[in-house]
Design a protein around this ligand. Structure first.
Ligand SMILES: [Zn+2]
Length: 204
């Protein structure tokens, strides 16, 4: 029996994909991969154990947040608003997108706040050299907390150009050229950044 890493081009083409049929997920292809193990030995070369490399494809359902992630690839920042007339916080706008109102638990209405987000204010920021696994952002990562006029929550994102400063004005850029449908489809740049300084695939 031959066991080898399943990362060849042929195998890669068998990578799992999911369709929705009659409202249900229909997976097809490979969702689990095994790779060759490696021995773990002590200083004298005595076998102590093995590594067991395993790789899997996780199916991440966006549910009611799908409208937010789809918007990013179209250059839109979609927030949500409580429109329940019986809610004491009716009219509150949430970014990050909240499917339900935290006060009355009614389903929120998606609202486009792209224009409002242009000229957002950096409430605070932090710079980090080390993140979790599979980081795709260049390090050090400059995280900015951005506040918007009339929005009652603050959004964290990454600054793609320049150095963060308190109260600096920033504008969102979107990975419209090649959307990945993840949060890094949206990054931030200082207001006034020329278009030719944006990262590849991103537009205002
Ligand atoms: Zn509400």
């Amino acid at each position: 029996m031959k066991v080898e890493h399943l990362a060849s081009k042929e195998e890669d083409e068998k990578r799992g994909t999911v369709k929705v049929v009659n409202g249900r997920y229909k997976p097809s292809g490979l969702f689990h991969y095994i790779s060759l193990n490696t021995p773990i030995k002590d200083e004298n070369g005595t076998l102590m154990g093995i590594t067991n490399p395993r790789d899997m494809t996780y199916i991440h359902s966006y549910g009611g947040e799908a409208v937010f992630f789809e918007g990013l690839g179209k250059g839109k920042l979609i927030a949500s608003r409580c429109d329940n007339p019986d809610c004491v916080t009716k009219g509150s706008i949430y970014m990050p997108f909240r499917i339900h109102c935290p006060d009355c638990l009614a389903k929120n209405t998606p609202v486009d706040i792209t224009d409002r987000a242009r000229g957002g204010n950096v409430h605070s920021f932090m710079i980090t050299e080390r993140t979790g696994a599979f980081n795709t952002l260049p390090t050090p990562i400059k995280f900015v907390n951005v506040e918007f006029e009339g929005v009652c929550t603050i959004l964290m994102g990454a600054l793609a150009v320049g150095e963060p400063k308190m109260d600096m004005k920033v504008t969102p850029i979107f990975r419209t050229g090649d959307p990945q449908y993840i949060i890094t489809d949206m990054l931030w740049v200082p207001v006034g950044t020329p278009a030719d300084q944006l990262p590849e695939h991103y537009t205002f």
